[in-house]
Design a binder for this molecule. Sequence first.
Ligand code: FAD
Length: 458
Amino acid sequence: MRSINTDVVIVGGGAAGCVTAGVIASFAPGAHITLLEIDCSADCNSTIASAFIPGAATRFQKQQDILDTPEAMAADICAKNHGESDYEITLSMCRHSANALHWMADIAHVPLEFAGEIHWLGHNTPRMHSHKLRSGIPIIRCLHTFLEKSENINLLNHTTAREIERTSKGAFRVKALSDGRELDIVADFLVLATGGFGGNPGMIKQYIPDMTDAWHIGAATNTGDGIRWGLTLGGETKLMNAFQGRDTIREDGTRVTPGVISEGGIAVNNSGVRFVREDLGYSPLSTLFRAQDGKFVFLLWDERIQGKIADLYIMIDALEKGEIHSFSDIKQLSEFFDLPGDRLKDTLDTYNLTPIGVQDEFGRLRETPVLRPPFYASRVTGSIAHTQGGLTINKQSQVIDESGTSINHVYAVGNDAVGLSGAGSDGYLSGNGWFFAITSGFAAGRAIARELTKSTNS
Ligand SMILES: Cc1cc2nc3c(=O)[nH]c(=O)nc-3n(C[C@H](O)[C@H](O)[C@H](O)COP(=O)(O)OP(=O)(O)OC[C@H]3O[C@@H](n4cnc5c(N)ncnc54)[C@H](O)[C@@H]3O)c2cc1C
C-alpha cells in the first residue's frame, strides 16, 4: 500500500477545500498540503452554482462607488435567518469576505468582477461578485490550476477518502482509494470539505424529512462523509434541517435565475392565481411551491425582465433545453400550460394595478413596472440544492465539541460546517453558499498556516 506523510490533509476539492489549501500554501510556504478529490472534472456544488459570491467592502465594490461594511452584510444575513446563526461567527466571516475574494483574484488568479446586474432580495447593498460567465465552473477550474502549480500542494485527483481515524500520536490516518489503489495518508491537520449531505437520501430522510421525495439538484458526491467523520472525532452538529431550496424546472437541475422574481416576475399555481409574496426568496418559496396542488407552479415574467437576465449562463442553458417559453399574450400562455385563462388574466391585471411603493394583497412591496406582453414562463417545482446544517465550528473553522471546546487540529469548511442560514429553508440568503465556502476556507487556511509557522519558528 502506498503511503504519504503530510502536514495537512484536506478532503474535498470544491470551493471550500481549494481556498483552504491555497491560503495555507500562501501563508505557510513551507507547509506540505495534500488535497483529495473524487474527480476534479465532475460536478461539485461549487461548479453547479451560478456562483454569485457576496463580499463586503471589496475593492470591486469601491470601483463602483458602493459603500459597504462587514457589519451591514452581517445584518442582512441575520435579518434573513431570523438571528439563528452565531453572530460572532457571521460577522467574522463577513470580515474575511473581502480578503478571501481579493486572495482569489490576486493570488489564485481567478478573474472575478463585480456582478451588479440583478437586484438580490435581502441584500440591502449590492455586493455580488462572480466570473464574467456567471458560473462556478471557470472559478473552480482556475482554483484547481492554481493548486496544481503550487509546489507545496499535492492535489490528488481521482482519490476518494474512505475512512479517517486518529492515530495514537494524535495525527490523522486517512484511508483512501486513489486511481483504484489503496493509499494511506498520515497528517497533523485534517480539513473536512466534502460539501454537505444533499446527495445522501438516507440523511435527507433523517434530517429534512419534508424534502425526502424532492429533487436534489446538487452534486451526487455530497454524501455527508465529512460530517460523519467529524462526529466520530468528537464534533457535534447543528441545524441539520437547514438547506437551500430552489425553484427548478427539471430534475437535472435546469432552472431560471432568481432575477425572474426579484426583477418583478410572479408565481401562479395551476388555478391561475398567485398564492404567496414572491419576494420571500427562492429558498423559502421552494417548500411553498411544493405545497401547491401537483407540487408545480408557473413563473411568469416579461420582455423587460428577460432583457436583463437572458445572458446569464443558467438562462441560456434553460432556453437551449426548451424550458423558457415565450408568448405573445396571456391567452396563448394559459392555453400552453392548460391554465384557466380568465382567472390568469385577472391575476395579472390585479398584480399590475398595485402602484410602485405600495404593498400588494400578499404583502409584496411593488418595486417594478407592470408586466406586459410578450410574456415568458416556466413550470417549476421546489427542489433541494444543498444542505446548510453541519459540524459546529468556531471563528477559525475549527470543529468544536458539545462543551464548546475546539477539537485539536480538526477543521470543517463549506457545507461540512453549519452555515449561516438558520433552520429549514427560510433563512438562506442568496450567496450564503459560496460566501461561506470561501470565508470558512480562508479562516481555516489562515489559522492552520499560523499554527504551522508557529511550530516551525519555535
Ligand atoms: C443548484 C445550486 C445553485 C447554487 N447557487 C449558488 C449561488 O449562486 N451562490 C452561492 O453562494 N451558492 C450557491 N450554491 C451553493 C454553493 O454552491 C455551495 O454552498 C458551495 O459551493 C459549497 O462548496 P463546498 O466546497 O463546501 O462543496 P462542493 O463544491 O460540493 O465540494 C465538495 C467536494 O468534495 C468532494 N468529496 C466528497 N466526498 C469526498 C470524499 N470522500 N473523498 C474525496 N472528495 C470528496 C466532492 O467530489 C466535491 O468536489 C448553489 C448550490 C447548488 C447545488
